[in-house]
Design a protein around this ligand. Sequence first.
Ligand SMILES: Nc1ncnc2c1ncn2[C@@H]1O[C@H](COP(=O)(O)OP(=O)(O)OP(=O)(O)O)[C@@H](O)[C@H]1O
Ligand SMILES: [Mg+2]
Length: 265
Amino acid sequence: MAEIITFCNQKGGVGKTTTSFNIARAFSLKKKNVLVIDLDEQANLTEALIAEDSKQYEVSIADSLISQPVNTLFSVMTETIWENVMLLPSAKGKTSALLSEMSGQGAIASEFRLKKLLEQVPSEFDIVIIDCAPAINKLTVNSLVASTRAVLVTQSQLYPTIGLIAVAGVIEAVKASYNPGLKLSGVIVNQHAPRTRAGREYLEQIASAAAEFESRILEPAIPAKQIVQRTIAERKGIDELLMVSKEDRTDMLTRYDALAKEMLK
Ligand SMILES: Nc1ncnc2c1ncn2[C@@H]1O[C@H](COP(=O)(O)OP(=O)(O)OP(=O)(O)O)[C@@H](O)[C@H]1O
Ligand SMILES: [Mg+2]
């Protein structure tokens, strides 16, 4: 069975999408078959993964998550810029209708819809990566209910650190009520500045927050680097970017590759 990994944090702008993109690439470079799911209506990951000339996607994940969907997993699944990576595109423009339908009176067991949909994932897929919106909503809960693992993405700064325990609490609650097999793999520290005192102090705080919910920091941390920012903006993996120093390229590829391994431990 495929490992299904939710990337989440209710805090915005910490690097969930950038990390999902680069980890998806890391797995594809390891010759894994990857399915990426964009549960964020901002559609940043969808836009980064779909080739520029294909511009529009006709269907989205919303079409297969509404009650009594006519769309199967296969009618929504789309090719991406990478050969062995497929995508279930964002429900851009349809998310609020979907969320209110899911929370409405007639919606029974709507926490389980994504899990049910993913039963159709063919056995060739090794990894499913789910990028969540910066919110703890019904879609995030669906993601956690459907997953084998959760990875928190945060930054070594003040406010992101404070919110971690709250998200971890939601993960614990989902585990207790709906998905006993869910494992919190750990916390990825993004945009880390190891040379600053604040960076080091916040890293310690994240480590002790992680220990409180019996988890850990996934090593290595990802520094703030232009090369990382360029990936999503240019729709390219780190290995595919032009005009990059060899040292930066090797360093960042090694980091994401190590993280991809680490989160499955
Ligand atoms: N390691 C990094 N180095 C440099 N820039 C980064 C890095 N990680 C993320 N960024 C930049 O930070 C911004 C926010 O990143 P991203 O969109 O991945 O965050 P997010 O958590 O998915 O945001 P949202 O909560 O809105 O979904 C983007 O402009 C991205 O390019
Ligand atoms: Mg995002």
